[in-house]
Design a protein around this ligand. Structure first.
Ligand SMILES: Cc1cc2nc3c(=O)[nH]c(=O)nc-3n(C[C@H](O)[C@H](O)[C@H](O)COP(=O)(O)OP(=O)(O)OC[C@H]3O[C@@H](n4cnc5c(N)ncnc54)[C@H](O)[C@@H]3O)c2cc1C
Length: 416
């Protein structure tokens, strides 16, 4: 079977690899000049089933409302008239109950932990190097109130994860001595030994090379413009570089997937949530944290990427806008410097912003809509790197009409 994959981010490329392994002919098309140039480019790199909490908490609607006048909030909303955003936003806010938060967290964990297993298998098979850090992730808190909230959230994952460790401040500093410069600002932490980190972009680039050796064809600088279909099947994908045909198609265009799905009459509940990252060269390896992790009060992730430290923060609902200016990063730089001032050269910062493809319940969308030969593997929100290998396996199994290894409840278009 010839399968055409739309999108060469981490999701499209891992799907290509999985389908090649299953013996298919694979073609991938992407509008960028290289793989992983959009959301998979500058993410935090955390592979974190131990942090698969739903973003839709009961407190979120109030926080979003406050962000209209307090622009410094990490989770924020910029008022806009876009009806697509409002329609999606209503679905998103409806998930903000205690019950749905718990359900959504467990669902995301189910996929994330399965995916981590598949990812380890993939790495064993390919020996890809991606600046992996397997020392576990540290999630730390600055106040008693946030620490208590963190412990409450942890209770949701407790039934499925028995290795999460609660640390008081002294234990946190023993575990992660690089935080000692900021010790007066810290209250405690949670350590997850099985969570890890690495460079999503480097992984994706290496996997493309492997896919090419296995016979996959990649067409970059190729923008999907339209789809020709009848009521049940795609006939061809129309791009600015000509038409492409396959027996089956996989849609993996992240926040742009709804625009493409609309061409065949499907609605996908995915909307972009913008995030920002800085990547900073390390100048003193002795001051660098051993672990990657998250400063929970500031919603700021930090991650080791070889000779660089990456910091990411902010979840901004502001439409399809990836623009940024240096002043957008002042807050991230201030927080990063306050934690690891001696580790990096903060005068040499690389700036980036990307769009998380968020669904209301936080889980991606698999399976089909109205069209028989179009499969979705999209909408992975803030955990697409964590979920990539499992999502690829699920998609391959669906295409082969095999039973999937995980229950897809809440992960198809028939979602709660
Ligand atoms: C700030 C930030 C931090 C994050 N941190 C983490 C983390 O720590 N851990 C984690 O697991 N996840 C994280 N994520 C989420 C993760 O990065 C995404 O879920 C993941 O990259 C999505 O992969 P993708 O392949 O679906 O999207 P993308 O990488 O965006 O790939 C989609 C591709 O589709 C192509 N495309 C779109 N439209 C068209 C078109 N019309 N024609 C042709 N091609 C098209 C694009 O060029 C792009 O290459 C983070 C995201 C952000 C923004």
């Amino acid at each position: 079977m010839h399968i055409l994959i739309l999108g060469a981010g981490v999701i499209g490329v891992t799907t290509a690899y999985e389908l090649l392994k299953a013996g298919h002919k694979v073609t991938v098309i992407d509008r960028q000049m290289e793989p992983a140039m959009e959301t998979s480019f500058g993410n935090a790199g955390l592979i974190a089933p131990g942090h698969s909490y739903a973003w839709t908490t009961p407190k979120l609607p109030g926080n979003l409302f406050s962000s209209l006048y307090d622009k410094k909030r990490a989770f924020r909303f910029k008022f806009q008239w876009d009806p697509v955003m409002w329609y999606w936003g209503i679905q998103f806010i409806r998930q903000c109950t205690q019950k749905k938060m718990a359900e959504n967290t467990l669902r995301k964990h189910r996929l994330s932990s399965y995916s981590q297993e598949c990812f380890h298998q993939l790495i064993d098979d390919t020996n890809i190097e991606y600046y992996e850090n397997k020392k576990g992730l540290i999630y730390f808190f600055r106040s008693k109130a946030s620490f208590l909230e963190g412990k409450q959230k942890l209770a949701m994952l407790k039934p499925v994860m028995n290795n999460l460790q609660i640390l008081n401040r002294e234990e946190l500093l023993i575990k992660e001595p690089a935080l000692s410069g900021a010790q007066s600002k810290l209250f405690g932490g949670i350590y997850c030994p099985s969570d890890e980190s690495g460079s999503c972009r480097d992984f994706t680039l290496s996997l493309v090379d492997i896919c090419k050796k296995k016979g996959a064809k990649f067409h970059f600088n190729t923008t999907i413009q339209n789809i020709e279909n009848d009521t049940s099947n795609i006939k061809k994908i129309i791009t600015d570089k000509g038409d492409f045909q396959g027996d089956k198609y996989v849609l993996a265009c992240a926040a742009y997937s709804p625009i493409i799905a609309k061409m065949v009459g499907d609605y996908l509940p995915i909307y972009p949530v913008k995030g920002y990252s800085i990547t900073v060269p390390i100048i003193n390896h002795e001051k660098v944290p051993i672990h990657s992790g998250i400063d929970e009060d500031n919603m700021m992730a930090f991650s080791l990427m070889g000779n660089f430290l990456r910091f990411t923060s902010v979840a901004e609902i502001s439409g399809y806008d990836t623009s940024h200016k240096p002043s957008d990063f002042n807050e991230i730089i201030n927080i990063a410097e306050s934690l690891f001032s001696q580790a990096c050269d903060f005068s040499k910062v690389e700036y980036w912003a990307g769009l998380r493809p968020m669904t209301p319940n936080g889980a991606p969308i698999f399976g089909k809509g109205k069209i028989d030969n179009l499969y979705f593997n999209t909408g992975h929100g803030h955990l697409g790197w964590t979920m990539c290998a499992g999502s690829a396996k699920i998609t391959s199994n669906l295409i082969l009409e095999k039973k999937t290894d995980v229950d897809l409840e809440g992960m198809t278009l028939a979602r709660a």
